[in-house]
Design a protein around this ligand. Sequence first.
Ligand SMILES: [Zn+2]
Ligand SMILES: [Zn+2]
Length: 241
Amino acid sequence: MVLDLEDYSDIHRATLQTVMNHGTIEEERLCQIFKLVCEKFTQYQQNDEEAKRNLDRVVETINEKISRFDQTVIKHKYGLNEIEYYVFTSTAKTALAKLQNCFNEFELEYFKQMFTNIIINERLCIKPRDALNLQSNLNGKVTKIRAEKLTDLWITTGYFYRNNDLIYLGPKSISEFAETIQNLGLDHIKKCSLCEDIAAWGITCNSCKTATFHKQCIQKFLARSEKCPSCKKEWTQSMEQ
Ligand SMILES: [Zn+2]
Ligand SMILES: [Zn+2]
């Protein structure tokens, strides 16, 4: 049995559906579902490595299809936990419109306040209690119980990320609102000097103190060189920050 991924098929449809349903899904998890999907439609069995490669091909084809709707599936390595995610992403404009369709104006205001409070924090996070207290700015239009539910929902869909009892900016927000975030021009949000994407929780060079990198970008670079790609001085920064 061969796996034919040339044409847009049930495999593509099911994969896209899965990513859309989750909003944000770990690569490992999507890969396991993908294997089941392939087995179901073609009886094709594959190992994890093969499945990952095939999954990337399928996502590429999906993106050719959905780009005209301002949507893409982005593979995003999340700086906080170094886990690879697939994120169903719209352009910022479409993303906001989508949020507007799903939530009323007060719930949307709650989202914006949470987003703002997280983004202005150096570590890009907020304490759950502080997040919940933002609800009191909304004149009772969003109850505490609803605010808790919304927060959980936004964490599940990847807009936010809960870790060590803090709520962080999630992979979906970073992908979807990348431009908006960069346009804010906040000092603590740096671009990766190698790939130019937002380097949230990036690593800064010890010598020049200016060049910031994604951990995975600088690690790849340092496999070939011992110098900072920006200032060309010896790289002395530890990878654990
Ligand atoms: Zn990078
Ligand atoms: Zn440097």
